[in-house]
Design a binder for this molecule. Structure first.
Ligand code: HEC
Length: 120
């Protein structure tokens, strides 16, 4: 009886360990670059997101918080702040007053950064 009990316990332990390992491995195989398998265009994808959601408060004439996001050079220089603010990660949530942009939109900007902030 005791042996059967131990066997069952070790079986459960073993299977939950391998399940845990499995889920760890699965989490590891979805890194950001795998979701970035198409090249993001600054002009056609990144800039329109900023134009629709940010420029009204962040252009040369009205650089709220000191951020002018109306041109490539400025956006590339402030890319981490741009994406950080969209996730309220170390920055105030933007667009100001929310709601936050959809994850898929934020992901595009992350991919653009990951791909080397191309001026394309
Ligand atoms: C309705 C106006 C408005 C919109 C829209 C807006 N912002 Fe802002 N943003 C502000 C203001 C005002 C500040 C300065 C806030 C402060 O200093 O407390 C600011 C600050 C920031 C900061 C600095 C935040 C910090 O914590 O230091 C970043 C980065 C930023 N905005 C990026 C963006 C991005 C990216 C978007 C578009 C997704 C956006 N903002 C949309 C008004 C806006």
């Amino acid at each position: 009886m005791k042996a059967t009990f131990l066997f069952v316990v070790s079986l459960i332990t073993f299977s939950s360990c391998s399940l845990a390992l499995f889920s760890c491995t699965r989490e590891k195989v979805t890194p950001i670059d795998q979701q970035c398998n198409t090249t993001i265009s600054f002009a056609n994808e990144v800039m329109p997101i900023l134009q629709a959601n940010c420029i009204s408060c962040h252009d040369q004439g009205n650089a709220s918080g000191g951020y002018d996001l109306s041109n490539y050079t400025a956006v590339a220089a402030n890319a981490n702040a741009v994406v950080g603010s969209m996730k309220a990660n170390s920055y105030q949530l933007m667009p100001l007053g929310g709601p936050a942009l959809p994850d898929s939109t934020i992901q595009k900007i992350k991919c653009w950064i990951e791909q080397g902030k191309l001026d394309n």
